[in-house]
Write a protein that binds this ligand. Structure first.
Ligand code: OAD
Length: 233
């Protein structure tokens, strides 16, 4: 695409939907049967740690049953072949981007396969359950590991790196996100201030569609490979 060198991609739950990972805001407003406030806030964890640990243990275990789809693979191809700057910022806590092959990737809302020790502050790779209060591999203290997920009211990861990538960006693309959660939902504004062209790929119009230069509606598994082909042509 003429004049494009620096790209920032933002992804949300919609990119993993075709892999069989539930989105957050389904038609019933529930996330896998739970209200978001009951499983995705520090208050919920303080109130009922067993419920929250079990919820994320189930999500973590479910990763073994899903595979990256055509959209994840297309972004990985872009990552491998794009000669300019690129950052894929994902709100997703699954590991499908990296399993699809993406490298220039930032998990702004944390990762299911990471645990955070509230005793020594270490973040450690974690694949098993946390509900039985296992010891931290870094400090050895048991029962203080929590899911390394950014909950509502907590600061997303990597904001400085995201801002550094946004400043010189000349193309910003948002894929499969409802635009309901800030600061991710505000990145399209930042992109506009930076003078970037903005494109949205989503199943349906999002809360922020009106802010994009162009919106394409459809399934990520079809729209993303087609867009990557266009860009690399
Ligand atoms: P949402 O569930 O809010 O939105 C998913 C979007 O993807 C919706 O707009 C759907 O229409 C769209 N969608 C569904 N299937 C799709 C498909 N096959 N192809 C393309 N689009 C599709 O998820 P997010 O916007 O990612 O935060 O939610 C943002 C944050 O809210 C999450 O990261 C999470 C949540 O609470 C934390 O956990 C901190």
């Amino acid at each position: 695409m003429a004049g494009v060198r620096n790209i920032v991609v933002l992804t949300g739950a919609g990119i993993s939907a075709e892999s069989g990972v539930a989105t957050f805001r389904g038609p019933d407003g529930l996330w896998e049967g739970h209200r978001v406030e009951d499983v995705a806030t520090p208050e919920a964890f303080a109130r009922n740690p067993a419920l929250v640990q079990r919820f994320y243990d189930e999500r973590r275990a479910a990763l073994a049953r899903v595979e990256p789809n055509a959209a994840h693979r297309a972004l990985a191809r872009l990552d491998a072949d794009w000669p300019g700057e690129l950052l894929i910022v994902t709100q997703n806590v699954d590991d499908l981007h990296e399993r699809g092959g993406a490298r220039r990737l930032l998990h702004m809302h944390g990762e299911l396969r990471s645990a955070w020790c509230l005793r020594c502050n270490a973040r450690v790779r974690w694949d098993g359950p946390l509900r039985d209060g296992p010891p931290c591999p870094a400090c050895g203290v048991a029962g203080r590991l929590r899911p390394d997920i950014v909950w509502f009211g907590e600061m997303p990861y990597g904001m400085e790196r995201i801002e550094d990538a946004m400043r010189p960006a000349d193309l910003f693309i948002s894929i499969g996100t409802s635009g309901a959660v800030y600061p991710a939902a505000g990145l399209v504004q930042t992109a506009r201030w930076a003078g970037a062209r903005t494109l949205e790929l989503n199943l349906e119009p999002s809360a922020g569609s009106y802010m994009f230069d162009e919106c394409r509606m459809g399934r990520a598994g079809e729209l993303v490979p087609a867009w990557v082909d266009e860009l690399l042509a």
